[in-house]
Design a protein around this ligand. Structure first.
Ligand code: MG
Length: 377
């Protein structure tokens, strides 16, 4: 029985992870859950259903403490970090945004393995996270799960480059992005995900974040990390080795694949998803990314090259802009424009070396303040 902790249990990743647990009785045991304040009722229901002895939440818990007998409830800003430190086989971090960094570090400091769906942990504090060692993290982001799986076939020193696939988002073939509505940005052609990731996929900021994520996870220089549009989202990424051989990982666009892979690693879990039907006629296409229309990837790459706190600025500025867009306060195109402006204003002043979480928080607070000023929100 593999004992797991799930952070962000009421979000898209957390809910799918619990579906995997429910579908595999005897394989996984949930020993801790944490969630934000958005859906306390669901957190309570999850704790009851899976007999979880301890839960954490940032919400007001006066209601929850009466609601579940026998469940220990931790509340407050550090609840997720405390739950992440529980003794277990693996902590799944499905938190959204760079607030996921603190619990990732807490899990690693406690000696836990981390199944990392929270890419912002690496974008905001990659050096701090990877200081615990590459063998402590199993990626859950579908592209990085694919790279991880393909890399088991060869040595890291023999990798010539990696190629991240991108669906291209809903606006790949749309010429005017200034009129994009919230509903349009939240309609992804192939993946079903949380709102912020879906908007990030539409701007291609997500692919920029994932290039930075790949840099830290696999210790690859940025020039060895490419991205290509693959509208079907069936090839999740590829590794090209020095002999000219390329390995790809393919499966339907279903997050249960990478979530289950990480939770069970190195064992595979039966029937996480329906495999590709090779008897049906279908095609996989690849096309270059239009970097003029979607400048987010080049912007992320430039931040990555600068290193240190610059990628934390990129992410924090994006988080502010996406929230403002989802509230209907700014245009879709203002998201990436504002990230660029924030970087011009404070990018050069970011420290080269991040020493601790405090350094990251200071940079992020600064970036958020300048982003709000820039956007007038
Ligand atoms: Mg991804």
């Amino acid at each position: 029985m593999r004992e797991i902790v799930i952070l962000g249990s009421t979000g898209s990743i957390g809910v799918q992870a619990l579906e995997i647990v429910a579908a595999n009785p005897g394989k996984f045991k949930v020993v801790g859950l944490s969630a934000g304040s958005n859906n306390l009722e669901l957190l309570i229901a999850q704790a009851k259903k899976f007999n979880v002895p301890i839960v954490g939440t940032t919400a007001d818990t006066s209601a929850i403490k009466d609601g579940i007998a026998g469940v220990h409830v931790i509340d407050g800003a550090t609840a997720a970090a405390q739950i992440a430190s529980l003794p277990c086989d693996i902590v799944l971090n499905g938190i959204n945004g760079s607030i996921g960094l603190e619990p990732t570090l807490a899990a690693l400091a406690a000696g836990n393995l981390v199944a990392l769906a929270n890419k912002e942990s690496l974008v905001a504090g990659g050096d701090l996270v990877m200081a615990y060692g590459r063998d402590r993290i199993i990626p859950v982001d579908s592209e990085h799960s694919a790279l991880y799986q393909c890399m088991l076939a060869g040595k890291l020193s023999d990798v010539k480059k990696v190629i991240l696939t991108a669906s291209g988002g809903p606006f790949k073939d749309r010429s005017d992005l200034s009129t994009v509505t919230i509903a349009e940005a939240l309609t992804h052609p192939t993946w079903s995900m949380g709102n912020v990731v879906t908007v990030n996929s539409a701007t291609l900021v997500n692919k920029g974040l994932e290039i930075i994520e790949a840099h830290y996870l696999f210790d690859l220089p940025y020039e060895k990390i490419e991205a290509v549009v693959h509208p079907q989202s069936v090839i999740h990424s590829m590794v090209e080795f020095k002999d000219g051989s390329t390995l790809a990982q393919a499966s339907p666009p279903n997050m249960k694949g990478p979530i289950g892979y990480a939770l069970g690693f190195p064992e595979r879990t039966s029937d996480l998803m329906v495999a590709i039907d090779w008897k049906a006629k279908h095609e996989w296409r690849f096309e270059p990314i239009n970097n003029e229309k979607f400048p987010a990837i080049d912007l992320a790459r430039r931040c990555g090259d600068l290193g240190g706190g610059t990628t934390a600025i990129f992410n924090a500025a994006n988080e502010v802009a996406v929230a403002a867009f989802l509230e209907g306060r700014i245009k879709f195109t203002a998201i990436v424009d504002s990230i660029e402006t924030v970087l011009q204003k404070i990018g050069a002043g970011a420290p080269i070396k991040l020493r601790d979480l405090k350094d990251v928080s200071a940079i992020e607070n600064d970036a958020r303040r300048v982003a709000r000023e820039t956007l007038g929100v």
